[in-house]
Every structure is written in C-alpha cells, then in structure tokens.
Write a protein that binds this ligand. Structure first.
Ligand SMILES: *Cc1c(COP(=O)(O)O)cnc(C)c1O
Length: 333
C-alpha cells in the first residue's frame, strides 16, 4: 500500500543505525533529559543556525509552552489560521488564550498577512503562522506587521523542517520556532517528540523551566511549569534521522518534481516548484469544538479544505510508487 508517509519503511531503511542508537541509550542507564537530548538539541540548533533548542514531549506542548514563555495570559488573543493541524488551535486554548483564525493565501495555503491587521484587538498578543505542507508562510510581511503592532511571532514549523525563506530556515525567524517529530513528519521519531528554538537566552531559560515543573537549575520551582520532557530514546533516534536529512530531503524534492512534471497537463492546480506536498492536516470546520472561536468568514480556507488532494511523499518512497500515483490520477481524468 502506498501511504502519504511511511514511518515503518523509514525504520527498515535505517534499521541498523536506529537499533544501535536504541541499544546505546538502554545501556547508558540515563533515560530522560540526558546526554542524547543535550546532543540532539545542540545538533538541531547548529543545523538551523540558531542559538538555543529545547526538546519537549511533542509540538502541541511546544506551542503551549512558547505562549507561556512569552507571557501570554488568560484571555489574550492569538492570531492564527484554521488551515493547520488541530494542534495549533488546541495549544492556544490549553495556554488559556483565545485563537483568532484568519484566512489563507490561495497560492501558498498559508496565512494571508493582509488579514492580520483587521483581526487585531487590544487583547492581541501574538501571531502563529503555520508553514503548511512544507511551504513557508510569508514571513517578511508577517514580521513587518508584528513589529509595527508589537506582537510576538511563534512559527509553527512542524511541517517545514529545512524549508527556507530567503535563505533563512523556517522556525528561526520569529521569537520562537516550533517543530514536531511525530512519526510522519520530515524529521521524525517513532513516538512523540517536539522542539522549541530561539535566539533569546532568557526565553530559552524560561522554556527549560516550564518543560520541567518550573524548576530552576537547583530543582526548585521558581514558577509554574509542567512535565513535557524529551526521552533519551527519541533524541538518539532523531540524531540518526537528522544526520540523514539532506539525502531524505533531496529525495522528497525529486518526487515532488516528478509529480509536478507528470501531472502538469491535467486540470489540476499544482503547488509551486519549491513547495513540498505533504499530508494535509486541514481540519477546518469539521471540528465542532472550535466553532465557537470563528469570528470571520474564511472563504479561501473553506474552498481549499474541500478541494485539496495531498499526494503520498516520503523519503522512503520508490520511483515506481510515485509513477503509480501519477498514473492513477491521470486515469481519473
Ligand atoms: C503535526 C503538527 C503539529 C503537532 O505536532 P505534535 O508533535 O503531534 O503535537 C502542530 N502543528 C502542525 C502544523 C503540525 O503539522
């Protein structure tokens, strides 16, 4: 079966390295926030060219923790898109804030910066653009408005490991960037894990405290925190995956290019050449729980949620499978 992403096959293609990493952790006697997490945080930060990376339990936690670290409080408003993973909205609500959802751009499927200004009220504190399907949001425009209106930016880069905006990597532009390593993501483990990145040392310190009960270095709770730690096992596996990122990424680029070529004559609107096609987490208005937060009409989101088709793309995918997908789509037309 050809699936949108294929974690099992990723395991098989790196089996020896992954099992040896797992063995190393189990034999080390150190299982939570130890050497592997430290090393992975350091390697991930270096790879992004950013000063601090803090590993946590998953990206939903990472989003919630970033809001808390930035001092977002109960009743504060956070502007985001509804065309994102449920997680983005769930995290805002978990932090006690109010999600204000605006519409997306029809070309990139990411936040339409022109709609930010009219969504701002005196309680607006932050903006969370999501770099969806691997396509970065229009960060130049978003940063300009955020600076002018004194809003913090948290980039949800959970679907955009390695995506670039004018040579800057997605996740390194706002105050905080958030990554998920859920099994289907472009850098992934075999379980839950997430990461926050920032260039601000005070924010990094606050994030480290919040991830573990508000502890300062002396294990005394100086503030309120929670438990969202990254496991040594996941960190060790993620170090293997990160070390192969370049080859995995170029393979995905090649599949995307093949699709664009093979499907270009069909009556379909295809993503831009440098965009990656990935699992669609479009969950807009199929979730009755979030309906209470809808303020504005979101016609582009609604149209795209109804019309989008996400094609299988995975670092472990074979050429023959991509050909099969293209052939089935062509036959449909
Ligand atoms: C996957 C995803 C998340 C949530 O990540 P978890 O690690 O599963 O909590 C958040 N935002 C986006 C855009 C995602 O794709």
């Amino acid at each position: 079966m050809i699936t949108t992403a294929n974690p099992l096959r990723r395991f098989h293609s790196r089996k020896d390295e992954i099992l040896s990493a797992i063995n190393r952790v189990l034999e080390s006697g150190e299982y939570i926030l130890g050497r592997e997490v430290k090393s992975f945080e350091k390697e991930f930060a270096e790879w992004l060219g950013i000063s601090y990376a803090v590993g946590v339990g998953n990206a939903t936690d990472a989003l919630e923790i970033s809001l808390r670290a930035l001092g977002i409080e109960k009743g504060d408003e956070v502007i985001t898109v509804s065309h994102t993973a449920t997680a983005t909205i769930a995290a805002i609500i978990a932090a006690g804030a109010i999600p204000v959802m605006i519409d997306i751009d029809e070309e990139t499927f990411t936040m339409n910066p022109e709609l930010i200004e009219e969504a701002i009220t005196e309680r607006t504190r932050a903006v969370i653009p999501a770099h969806l399907y691997g396509h970065p949001a229009d960060m130049n425009a978003i940063c300009r408005i955020a600076r002018e209106k004194n809003l913090k930016i948290i980039e949800d880069a959970s679907q955009a490991h390695g995506a670039k905006i004018n040579e800057r990597l997605a996740g390194t532009i706002g105050e905080i960037g958030v990554f998920s390593f859920y099994p289907t993501k472009n850098i992934a483990s075999f379980g839950d894990a997430g990461m926050l990145v920032t260039d601000n040392p005070e924010l990094a310190k606050r994030i480290e405290e919040i991830r573990q009960y508000g502890w300062s270095s002396s294990r005394i709770s100086m503030s309120f925190g929670r438990n969202s730690r990254m496991d040594e096992l996941h960190a060790a596996i993620l170090r293997v995956m990160l070390s192969h990122f370049e080859e995995d990424n170029s393979h995905r680029q090649a599949i995307a290019k093949f699709y664009l070529d093979a499907l270009k004559s069909l009556p379909l609107k295809l993503p831009k050449v440098n965009a990656e096609i990935q699992h669609a987490w479009h969950l807009y208005h199929l979730h009755p729980a979030f309906k209470q937060f809808m303020r504005a009409q979101l016609p582009v989101t609604e149209k795209i949620a109804n019309e989008i088709l996400s094609l299988p793309i995975d670092s472990s995918m074979q050429d023959s499978e991509a050909e099969k997908v293209a052939e089935l789509i062509s036959r449909f037309f």
